[in-house]
Design a binder for this molecule. Structure first.
Ligand code: 5CU
Length: 363
């Protein structure tokens, strides 16, 4: 049985060049109080000069961009295959006239990295979402011809107005037509004010533990409420972090829909696909939730045949300098073994068989 990591990121050389050439978020820079340590600044507000130095981005080393380090990490953690993806914030920040070419270069770069390790690496491509829809659709079509590409990763901003924007329909249509899955991943979190005036005292904990999953949850609920899956019944989406909080909140979402007078008056409470149908038909969930409790909700919502192991490498490395194994990875392994105690078959499916089947990793 192969072990497959479907949530594992890289910043390929072209993208690193871009980050190093910039002086505003997202970028890579050093700070005067630590001139030898490059820091990756990607999240909104992370370069606030008043923030403590340890919450200014994160240290960045070759594990973020050197494919040999990805393979070494896979070997260390007994991972046979990885489906690598560009990490956030992808190309969201690029001007319209640069995005198309950047996407082509980065996707070619990532495809070439996969070709160095045939059978071990596959990838999700990235789309030039700040370009026009014609350019986006062209890239979806071009990705079909890249041997190792198995779908696309994207954030929640869409063309700038979110994923319930009807102007995204040509992209959804192209992705559905070419059977390309969307790996939906958060980046923007929630507005900093929700974390209160003491937010920066808590490092990255609140934005990463809560902002990220809530961002995903809101994005996917907006897709659902706007009828994306009523229009594109074959559109498949893999949700990061076990669906944010969607499995836990799905019942509440449905109840709110059924009790909404505005939706009823507009005729939107009838003849619609409900969240449970979509969770079991169009949505896949990664198993990057670090506990059997969250994993249990994911299994109940979508089924063990739609759950896929991941690590989030190179994020969440151990803080001890000499640690070889990553706690974050072991927490995900351990959650799977506890959630599927006595059901070895399902555990193996989540660890790898599902990914091989869903993402065609034997081709
Ligand atoms: O630690 C972080 O900021 C992140 C991030 O930005 N993206 C991600 O996928 N995981 C952790």
């Amino acid at each position: 049985m192969p072990i497959v990591d479907i949530h594992t990121h890289i910043y390929p050389p072209t993208y690193m060049d871009l980050l190093r050439s910039r002086t505003t978020v997202p970028y890579v820079r050093t700070f005067p109080d630590a001139p030898d340590s490059s820091r990756l600044i990607i999240l909104p507000g992370e370069d606030d000069p008043s923030a403590p130095s340890t919450s200014r981005g994160r240290p960045i080393g070759p594990e973020y961009f050197d494919i040999k380090q990805k393979i070494a990490f896979m070997d260390q953690h007994k991972i046979d295959k990885s489906v690598i993806s560009l990490a956030n914030p992808w190309l969201d920040f690029l001007p319209e006239d640069e995005a198309g070419e950047a996407a082509r270069k980065i996707n070619d770069d990532v495809n070439a990295l996969c070709a160095e390790y045939p059978g071990r690496l596959y990838a999700f491509g990235t789309l030039p979402l700040s370009a026009n829809t014609e350019t986006i659709v062209k890239e979806v079509e071009r990705l079909k011809g890249l041997k190792y590409m198995r779908g696309v990763i994207m954030g929640t901003s869409g063309l700038g107005k979110g994923l319930d924007d009807a102007n995204l329909d040509p992209m959804y249509a192209a992705l559905e037509k070419h059977s390309q899955i969307i790996f939906l991943h958060p980046h923007y979190g929630l507005p900093a004010e929700v974390y209160g005036p003491r937010g920066s005292e808590y490092g990255h904990v609140l934005p990463l533990a809560l902002g990220f999953p809530l961002e995903t949850t809101i994005a996917v609920c907006r897709m659902l409420l706007s009828g994306v899956w009523d229009r594109f019944k074959g559109l498949n989406v893999l949700l990061a972090h076990s669906g944010g909080t969607l499995p836990f909140l799905a019942g509440r979402l449905e109840s709110c829909v059924k009790h909404d007078g505005h939706l009823k008056k507009a005729g939107k409470t009838e003849n619609r696909r409900d969240v449970w149908d979509i969770l079991k038909t169009n949505i896949y969930l990664d198993a990057v939730i670090y506990s059997e409790v969250g994993l249990g909700a994911a299994v109940q919502a979508s089924g063990a045949d739609r759950l896929l192991f991941g690590t989030d490498h190179p994020f969440f490395p151990p803080l001890e300098e000499d640690a070889k194994e990553w706690h974050s990875v072991n927490a995900n392994y351990s959650a799977i073994s506890k959630a599927f105690e006595g059901n070895n078959g399902a555990a193996k499916d989540v660890l790898g068989n599902n990914a091989v089947r869903i993402l065609r990793l034997e081709e």
